[in-house]
Design a protein around this ligand. Structure first.
Ligand code: SAH
Length: 214
């Protein structure tokens, strides 16, 4: 059972208004944020601050992304219903749920086992049928490729070539690129050999690490 009180609903509505004020315009993104109960993805001790526009701890030294960042990245994806989306960095499963709520078919990878286990069970409880995988997102999911869209929710130092090759021609990769801080990029795969890169401001993410890093 998911406890979603009037108080949670009110705080969520206020969050959506805040995101609109901060420049999010895509109605389908705002609607999804207005529906997905963010507090369910957090420890109950954080219930009171679950709808603040802040990144919050989720264990394993990781964070649930700030709602503005979730909305911003999702807006850049420009989702159409039923598109196949690969997410790198399941974390809490919140961004995954926003994508599912927007009717994407979502595949998501997480490298921390406890987070993968918990997100998978919360998503199931919420009846979102995202496919969760435990492993190294740098490698993607070649057996389910190609994807219409790919979203990376951790800071990458490079554009992972395996992920580019798993993207459809015409597809879009949204990736925060950089070491200490990141610049948000939207990369459109124009042809098999041509990428168009657009920049969208500075963000701060936990790092994207490969299976040998800790
Ligand atoms: N989308 C998440 C954000 C979590 S933070 C949410 O809504 O909660 C980013 C996550 O990326 C962390 O959980 C981290 O463990 C994970 N991550 C980092 N490098 C990764 C990799 N190479 N493959 C898969 N997941 C990775």
């Amino acid at each position: 059972m998911i406890a979603d009180s009037f108080k949670h609903k009110g705080l969520r509505k206020a969050l959506v208004e805040e995101l609109e004020r901060k420049g999010i315009t895509d109605i389908s993104v705002l609607e999804a944020i207005g529906v997905v109960p963010r507090h369910v993805f957090l420890d109950s001790s954080l219930d009171n601050i679950a709808y603040q526009d802040k990144a919050l701890p989720i264990g394993c030294d990781q964070t649930i992304s700030q709602p503005f960042t979730v909305a911003f990245q999702t807006e850049l994806l420009d989702l159409k219903p039923n598109e196949k989306v690969l997410e790198i960095g399941t974390g809490s499963g919140y961004q995954t749920s926003v994508l599912c709520q927007m009717k994407a078919r979502v595949f998501t990878i997480e490298r921390h086992k406890p987070l993968y286990v918990r997100a998978q069970s919360v998503l199931k409880l919420m009846k979102y049928n995202a496919k969760c995988y435990f492993g190294d997102g740098y490698k993607g999911l070649p057996s389910y490729a190609p994807f219409d869209k790919i979203i990376i929710t951790c800071g990458a130092k490079i554009i992972p070539s395996d992920l580019v090759s798993q993207l459809k021609v015409g597809g879009v990769l949204v990736i925060p690129l950089g070491d200490q801080t990141q610049v948000m990029y939207r990369i459109t795969k124009k042809t098999d050999s041509e990428l168009v890169k657009e920049k969208f401001g500075n963000f701060k993410f936990v790092p994207m690490l490969n299976d040998k890093e800790s």
